[in-house]
Structures are given as structure tokens and as C-alpha cells.
Design a protein around this ligand. Structure first.
Ligand SMILES: [Zn+2]
Ligand SMILES: [Zn+2]
Length: 138
């Protein structure tokens, strides 16, 4: 995703795009993966020798609940600002793809739960305690 510096007018530039979900690796521990490309809203401003990029992303991911392993779908949304020095780069454009990817990863939840008070799985008999009770002792 490239931003051409000369294309940015005084009042800033708004860009709508999508971020390819295949650039974001499936997470190892709970299989978290984005379902569709993320919606991307960018606002780019030039401020003296700096480029400011407001980013807003929106998407949906699925993952396995970290307690009961149920497949969970959740909305994802984040906002952030990225800053770039223009002069020092000496280029006509700035590629923000990698920074954007990092920002998206940074804002993923550390762990996903199917619901706030998920009861998990009985460690002894494997019953999903959200659905059934079991007779194992605590
Ligand atoms: Zn759960
Ligand atoms: Zn049990």
C-alpha cells in the first residue's frame, strides 16, 4: 500500500481501501485468522517535513475460544496514527503496508473467549461445561 507524497493536497487526502487478510498469518496458539480483507480508511496529511497517516480498520476474525475451543467469530476494529519523515526518505512514495500489518497485529486480543464467562472444558472428562454439567470432583 503506497502513498504518493505529491498526490496529497493541503487539506489532506482520504483513502478507502482494503487490507489483504493473507498478509496476516494465522495465529499459532488459537488459530486466529481474518475472514475477509479488512476495510481500511486512511486520512493522510502533510505537516512540514512529516507525513501523518490516520488509519482506521474494520474486519472480522475467527479463532478458537481459549477455554472451550469453540469456533468464535468476532468483530475487529482499530485506529492508529503513523508518522513518517518525508525528507529523509528521498522517495516519491511511502509504503505503509508493513507498519499497517504490525499495527493490526498489535491490536488483536491476546486471547479470545466465546463469551465473557465461558466455563471451559472439564480437565478430567472433557465435557464442555457451557453445554453440560459433569460429575467430576473439583
Ligand atoms: Zn468458550
Ligand atoms: Zn468432568
Amino acid at each position: 500500500m503506497k502513498i504518493h507524497i505529491r498526490d496529497i493536497p493541503e487539506e489532506g487526502l482520504a483513502l478507502n481501501s482494503t487490507f489483504p487478510n493473507d498478509l496476516i498469518d494465522k495465529r499459532e496458539d488459537d488459530g486466529l485468522t481474518f475472514i475477509e480483507p479488512l476495510d481500511l480508511h486512511l486520512k493522510v496529511y502533510k505537516a512540514q517535513d512529516e507525513l501523518i497517516v490516520h488509519i482506521g480498520t474494520r474486519g472480522k476474525f475467527h479463532a478458537f475460544c481459549s477455554r472451550c475451543l469453540t469456533d468464535v467469530k468476532q468483530d475487529y476494529k482499530t485506529q492508529a496514527d503513523l508518522f513518517y519523515q518525508i525528507e529523509s526518505r528521498g522517495a516519491d512514495f511511502i509504503d505503509i503496508t508493513e507498519d499497517l500489518r504490525q499495527e493490526i497485529l498489535l491490536n488483536l486480543p491476546d486471547r479470545v473467549l466465546c463469551c465473557k464467562d465461558c466455563q471451559g472444558i472439564c480437565p478430567q472428562c472433557g465435557t464442555n461445561l457451557n453445554e453440560n454439567k459433569c460429575n467430576c470432583k473439583e
